[in-house]
Each structure stands twice: as C-alpha cells, then as structure tokens.
Ligand binder design. Sequence first.
Ligand SMILES: C[S@@+](CC[C@H](N)C(=O)[O-])C[C@H]1O[C@@H](n2cnc3c(N)ncnc32)[C@H](O)[C@@H]1O
Length: 379
Amino acid sequence: MRIEKQKYDAMDIFEKIGECKSELPEKYLGFICQLIKENRPAKILEIGVSAGGTTCAILNCLDKLGLQSDVYSVDLSHTYHYDTSKECGYQINDAAPYLESIGRHHLLLGRTIAEVLPEIVQDEKFDMLILDTIHYLPGELLDFLVCFPYLNDDAIVVLDDIMFAHLGENTNAIATRVLFDCVVADKILPGCDGLPNLGAFQLNEDTKKYIINCFSALLFPWDYDMDEQQLGAYRNIITKEYDEELVCCFEKGIEINRSSLGKRCRIKEEIKSIMALCSEYDVLIYGAGQRGKALYSFLQDKGKHIGGFIISDDRNKEAVYDNVPVYHLSEINEQKNRVILVAVADGEVIRNLERRGLDFVNTPNYIYPFIKQYCGIFC
Ligand SMILES: C[S@@+](CC[C@H](N)C(=O)[O-])C[C@H]1O[C@@H](n2cnc3c(N)ncnc32)[C@H](O)[C@@H]1O
C-alpha cells in the first residue's frame, strides 16, 4: 500500500467561476491531480459527474501540466441530482472559457458506461478511470469490470467513498469498498489523517490473473436490479471480453441476486399481511425466543395489540417476559376471531397446532433479519 503525501493544486478554477460544487473535498482533488501529474494519463474516463466540479479540477490540472489528454465524463442522469433545474455537469460550461482542455472533453449523459463504452473506446485504451456513482452493489464493481478490458496495463483507478457505508446514509453503500478490497493491484491512499474515504489502485500484471476475485464479489447481495436493456449492454461487453468461467460467474451473480432481491420484496408483502392480521384478529405469538420477542416488539412498535405468547408445555413460563401473558399450548382452545403467529422454526409445533385444530400462520424465516434489525434500531 502506497501512501501519497504530495498534492498538486488545481482549485483556482473555482475562484474563477465563483463556486466549487465538486463533491470531493480539496484534499482528494489534490490527490487526483497528483496522480495525474505522476502518471500523465493520455485518456481519462470519469463515471459520475454530478455538477461537474471534479471534471473542472481535472481539466484545469491538465492545462497546468500542459497535457493534451482526452477526458470522457459519463453520467446516467441528464440533471444535477441536488438541483434538477440544472444540467448534470453545468459547472463544466461555467468553467469552459478558462479551460484549454475543454476542446478535448466529452460529456455523455443519460446512459450507463456499458451503453456508451463501444462508442468511446476506439483504438486507444484508458489510462485513468475515476468511479464515483451509486456506491450500492453492483454499482462501481460492475462498471469497473466492463471498463477493465479497455484500461491500459498500468492504468490508475480512483474510487470515491470507500468508507461511505460508515459515513453516509446507509450501511449497504459498499460498492467501492468491495472493489478496492477485492481487486489485486497496487493500492494507493491519500496521506491524510484517519481512514481516507477515497482511494486508488494501479493495475499490475496480477490484476488480470486474479480478476475472478472481482467477478466472485458480484455474489455479494446487490441493492438494485437493472432493466433488460441496461443489463444487456453489460452482458454484451462481459461476454465479448471475458472467458466462459468469468461469464458464468457474472450470470450466477445476476441469478442469485434477482432471487434475493425478489425475497426482499416478499418480506415487505409478508410483513404487510401480518400487520393486517393484527388489525383484524386477536393475535397470540407462538414462541417467546429471540424471534417471538422481536416480532412482539416490532408489532407493538407498529401500534398492534398482541394478546400474549404461547410456549410449549415443557417450557418454563417464569423465564419468559414480565407483564405479557404467557400460555402453555395445552391452555389454548379453539376460539373464533383469533390467530396464532408462529415464530419458531419447529415442525413439531406446527403438527401440534394442526392436531389441535387451531388457526395459525407460520411466519417465514426470511422476515426475521429485517424484524431484528428494525427492533435493534427502534424498539
Ligand atoms: C456522487 S455523485 C458524483 C460526484 C462527482 N464525481 C463529483 O466529484 O462532484 C454521483 C453521480 O453518479 C451518477 N450515477 C448514479 N448511478 C450511475 C450509473 N450507474 N452510471 C453513471 N452515473 C451514475 C448520478 O447521477 C450522480 O450524478
């Protein structure tokens, strides 16, 4: 791991245009400029533009270094995400009169990198790639995989928000961290205090050899699916550029994630129907272990009334919950308008309930991670 201490300053462009809307702090812009100074990339690809502040700093840096590099900036959105009355990359227009390299800048909006790559690759590969987009998987991981065949052997890749899962709004925002840690390459971090939120790596002879690590990381849970057109563009590149084993890994990543994303939708539906039952019926929860207690706390927090717990006859009532009625199964008789929510994964319990002719709903295993996480935060 190399720690980069120097910095090269291209911030004066923001004094000229009167505002800096780069989402990267000055220390990270300085780090990127330093990497440009040291590596003199002839072709740069930036994915994730926003207002275009970082693009301005890059173009200004190229001017200062006298480099005639081509810069491609790609963003899925046509508008600036913090103010949709403005165009994505509007700061690049503001800065254009002050930038010589503006003539070699290309802004491509409204499409993913997989959709635009075929038209921007041409003969020359990229020497530098800057990834700063969605931060949720597959996100930057998949974007890197489609770009990798079009990167030169010693290209530099910069990743923003490698600590975002700890600093941002959601602990699932791990895409750049996963890529940074799975890729085999020479890692470079800015020399600042604490854990930097931006990092880079330089490809080496092992990156291709171990690229399967990055494909394998597609098996981590994704946060979103893509429509068939977008996915098709990624699939075309992966199929064209990688061997069968890696293509198979990519397809398995899609398949398993589509299935688990579907399961997450089912969690929502399942919880909605449990809450509806609580509004309609008298409810008892079968099981007063971790699951039963979590389900109880969750439903209470949602304003639902739960009449108490049922436990098997061989369990000790005293050890359960104060203030909540607890019944042995043998004390429960058929009753109209009452339903039992089973919160234990035990086939014998289900058989006992059936034998006794009691109305019950067997709550599925997959809702409990969500319920427990909810209770950990709110209850
Ligand atoms: C964090 S901002 C980029 C900030 C910018 N790099 C800067 O330093 O000012 C993320 C941008 O990524 C874009 N984006 C999100 N998903 C994308 C994708 N799959 N492909 C391209 N751009 C994407 C959003 O529209 C947004 O403009």
